[in-house]
Design a protein around this ligand. Structure first.
Ligand code: IPE
Ligand code: IPE
Ligand code: MG
Length: 250
């Protein structure tokens, strides 16, 4: 493991990592257990990933925990996920404080159960001055819903003469997304072997590097994040320019 860490260039750590934490259900099934068992075992992976990211100097970590489409799952599973969210946030608050973690949430939060909204608001407020890393949970999050919501809010401001149509630009759109206080994603990781985006951060991943791994989320550990970052560091991010321009810093 130390060997792996030595291969990481600490001067080129992705500033914002987003993770589609997938495969809890299959992990549980492979052990002859109910899907919920997989969700419960996702917590160790979340803790270890957040700690590792923070130690490496990642400033923003965004985790896809529940999508707008996940509301269509069986009620039993949805209820279990919501109660897991509430108990975990309550339990982890002292740890967030000790580790200087700022908690943030993105998504259509008003659709969450009232007690989840309350606990979430409390944890966000209690950690708002923490500075080591911003850990964002995407909850009832869907990128299309986010964009629709942004368009509605921008349109209202146009109607009220607060924004001129000709002034609408990237920045204004950014400022109306749930991620208004987060930078663009540098590295997006998806576990469990699926290679799709599933309605996550469509706008924000415009130039993100994508990394897919077969590891099921409950098995995700420090070494897996190291692997993803090493892979990321071996890529050339050109942002539309040529390789020569990047090399000569033009
Ligand atoms: C990801 O694991 C967690 C959530 C979507 C809440 P899944 O529950 O999607 O697990 P699989 O994909 O069915 O294995
Ligand atoms: C995406 O996983 C959502 C989360 C990880 C929270 P899903 O398991 O819901 O995605 P699909 O249905 O396989 O695309
Ligand atoms: Mg899944």
């Amino acid at each position: 493991m130390e060997k792996k860490l030595q291969r990481i260039n600490l001067q080129n750590i992705p500033n914002h990592i987003a993770i589609i934490m997938d495969g809890n259900g299959r992990w549980a099934k492979s052990k002859g257990m109910q899907r919920i068992f997989g969700h419960r075992n996702a917590l160790t992976a979340i803790r270890e990933t957040a700690d590792t990211a923070s130690d490496l100097g990642v400033k923003f970590l965004t985790l896809y925990a529940f999508s707008t489409e996940n509301w269509n799952r069986p009620k039993l599973e949805v209820d279990a996920l919501m109660s897991l969210l509430v108990t975990t946030l309550k339990k982890e608050l002292p740890e967030f404080q000790r580790k200087n973690v700022r908690i943030n949430a993105i998504g259509n939060l008003s659709s969450l159960p009232k007690n989840a909204q309350k606990v979430l608001a409390n944890v966000i407020d209690a950690t708002k001055n923490n500075t080591k890393i911003t850990l964002s949970f995407a909850l009832s999050y869907g990128s299309r819903e986010e964009i629709v919501n942004a368009i509605k809010n921008i349109s209202k401001k146009v109607v009220n003469n607060e924004i001129k149509i000709e002034n609408i630009n990237d920045k204004i759109i950014n400022n109306h997304l749930y991620t208004f206080n987060l930078p663009d994603v540098d590295l997006m990781i998806r576990t469990s072997g699926e290679q799709r985006i599933s309605n996550f951060l469509l706008w924000q991943i415009a130039y993100a590097e994508l990394y897919f791994t077969d590891v099921l989320w409950p098995d995700y550990r420090k070494k897996h994040l190291y692997d993803a970052i090493i892979d990321y560091q071996n890529r050339e991010r050109r942002f539309g320019k040529t390789s020569e321009q990047i090399e000569t810093n033009e």
